[in-house]
Design a protein around this ligand. Structure first.
Ligand SMILES: *Cc1c(COP(=O)(O)O)cnc(C)c1O
Ligand SMILES: [Zn+2]
Length: 395
C-alpha cells in the first residue's frame, strides 16, 4: 500500500527502484524517497485526518513501508504543539509555539526516524543493525531493534550521558564506547563491523530516517489548522529534521495541503560545534569538519554531516539563517522554558529559545510572527548536563 514511485539521488538526480535495501547513491550522496503524490492526494486529505491514528503512521501514504505488518509502532509522532502563552507574553510574542518532542518513545524525536527506518529494515529482511550515535539515536535504535527482534550494535562516545547508555543496555543492544565524537564512532564502526550481513543506519546514509523526521512538518501544519508558520527554529546536528521538513513542505504543496509559501528555517548549533553556521556565513555549499567539537547538547555534537549541502540549501531557499549559541545560553533557556511553560527540555531544546532571542535582537524576527521552536528531547536524560541548574534559584 505504499505510494513510493522511486528513490532519487539528492546530488546526481539518478533514479533507483523502490523496495530494495539502500545506503548511499553510487555517487556517494544521500537518497530521497519520492512518492506518487497525485495518487496519495486522493486519500491523504488534511480535512479527513481526524479518524487517523495519533502517531506518525497517520501519514501512511507518504511513508515508505509497503505492508502494515512491517510497521513497528511504539506510538512515535503526533506530539503536542503547545501555545507558549506565558513565555510568549514575557517575550512580547503572541504566536509562539513549542513542538514538544519529549512525548516520543525513548524521549526524543529520534524515535520518528528510527521507527520508520527500522520498520523498513525489518520489511526488507535486514538481519543486523549498527549505528554511531551521540545519544538519542542510540536509544531509539535499540528500542525498535528490540521490537523487531533484530540484533543492534551501537557505537557511542564514552562521555555519552548515562541514561542513553543505560537504556541501550536494557533494550538488549551491544554498546561499544569510543573516545571522541560521533565521527570517531563512525570510523570505529566501519573498522569493527565485518562482512556484509549488517546494515548502517547512520544519519542520511540510509533513506528512511528522513521520512520519519519529516512528519514533524505535516503535524505542525495540521496542528495550526492548515497554516504555515512564519519561522521554525530547529537544533541542528546531522540535519535529518531540517532536510526532512523542507522536503515535507514540497510534498504538502503537491498534496494541496499548503500553497507556495514556506516557513523561514533557522538552524541553531552549539558555539563550539557549529560547522553549518560557519558554512552559512561563508556562503559555501559545503561545511568543513569542525575540529574538537564540544557541547553539553550531545545531539548537536556532530562535527561534519553528509547532508550539509541539503541543509545549507534549505536555509537559503527559505530565507532563514544559521546561528550558534553557547552552552550557558542553552542552560539558561532550559530553566526559562521550565519556569514559564512547565517543560523540562534538553539543552538542544533550550538552544532554540536562546536562538529566538538572538534572532529578535538582531532584527531577523520582529516577534509578531507565528514561530515554532522544536524541543527535540526530554531533559530527563541529561542529568549530568542539567545538574548545574539543580541548585535553588538565586544560589
Ligand atoms: C539528534 C538530535 C538533534 C539533531 O537532529 P538532526 O535532525 O540530526 O539535525 C537535535 N536535538 C536532539 C535532542 C537530538 O537528539
Ligand atoms: Zn547520485
Amino acid at each position: 500500500m505504499a505510494f513510493v514511485s522511486h528513490l532519487e539521488c539528492a546530488r546526481c538526480g539518478g533514479h533507483l527502484p523502490p523496495g530494495k535495501v539502500y545506503n548511499l547513491c553510487a555517487c556517494g550522496s544521500p537518497l530521497l524517497v519520492r512518492y506518487d503524490l497525485r495518487r496519495a492526494a486522493s486519500t491523504l486529505r488534511r480535512d479527513a485526518m481526524a479518524s487517523r491514528p495519533a502517531n506518525l503512521w497517520r501519514y501512511r501514504e507518504v511513508l515508505p513501508v509497503e505492508r502494515d505488518s512491517s510497521i513497528l509502532c511504539l506510538g512515535e509522532g503526533f506530539t503536542p504543539l503547545l501555545h507558549a502563552r506565558r513565555l510568549g507574553r514575557r517575550l512580547g510574542m503572541a504566536n509562539l509555539y513549542l513542538k514538544d518532542e519529549s512525548f516520543n518513545p525513548t524521549g526524543s524525536f529520534k524515535a520518528r526516524g528510527l521507527g520508520v527506518a527500522i520498520s523498513m529494515a525489518f520489511e526488507l529482511g535486514i538481519k543486523r543493525l549498527a549505528i554511531p550515535s551521540a545519544g538519542n539515536a542510540a536509544g531509539a535504535l535499540a528500542a525498535y531493534a528490540a521490537k523487531a527482534g533484530l540484533p543492534a550494535t551501537i557505537f557511542m562516545p564514552e562521555d555519552t550521558p548515562l541514561a542513553n547508555r543505560l537504556e541501550c543496555a536494557l533494550l538488549g543492544a551491544e554498546v561499544v564506547l569510543v573516545p571522541g565524537s560521533i565521527k570517531d564512532c563512525a570510523r570505529v564502526m566501519r573498522e569493527r563491523m565485518q562482512g556484509d550481513d549488517w546494515f548502517d543506519v547512520s544519519t542520511l546514509r540510509e533513506p528512511y530516517r528522513l521520512e520519519g523526521k519529516k512528519t514533524m512538518a505535516y503535524e505542525v501544519v495540521e496542528q495550526l489548522d492548515g497554516r504555515v508558520p512564519d519561522a521554525m527554529i530547529y537544533p541542528t546536528g546531522g540535519g535529518t529534521g531540517l532536510i526532512g521538513m523542507w522536503k515535507a513542505f514540497e510534498e504538502m504543496e503537491a498534496l494541496g495541503w499548503v500553497g507556495k509559501r514556506r516557513p523561514r528555517m533557522f538552524s541553531v548549533q552549539a558555539q563550539n560545534c557549529a560547522p553549518i553556521v560557519r558554512a552559512f556565513a561563508a556562503r559555501s555549499e559545503h561545511a568543513e569538519e569542525w575540529q574538537n567539537p564540544q557541547t553539553i547538547a550531545s545531539g548537536l555534537r556532530v562535527p561534519s554531516a553528509i547532508g550539509d549541502f541539503l541543509m545549507l540549501r534549505a536555509l537559503r531557499e527559505s530565507g532563514g539563517a544559521a546561528l550558534a549559541v553557547s552552552d550557558d545560553e542553552m542552560l539558561a533557556a532550559v530553566r526559562e522554558l521550565a519556569e514559564t511553560e512547565g517543560i523540562v527540555t534538553s539543552p538542544e531544546g533550550g538552544a532554540t529559545l536562546a536562538a529566538l532571542k538572538r534572532l529578535v535582537a538582531d532584527g531577523f524576527l520582529s516577534g509578531y510572527e507565528t514561530i515554532v521552536l522544536f524541543l527535540t528531547a526530554t531533559g530527563y536524560k541529561y542529568q549530568e548536563a542539567l545538574a548545574a541548574l539543580a541548585s535553588p534559584k538565586g544560589n
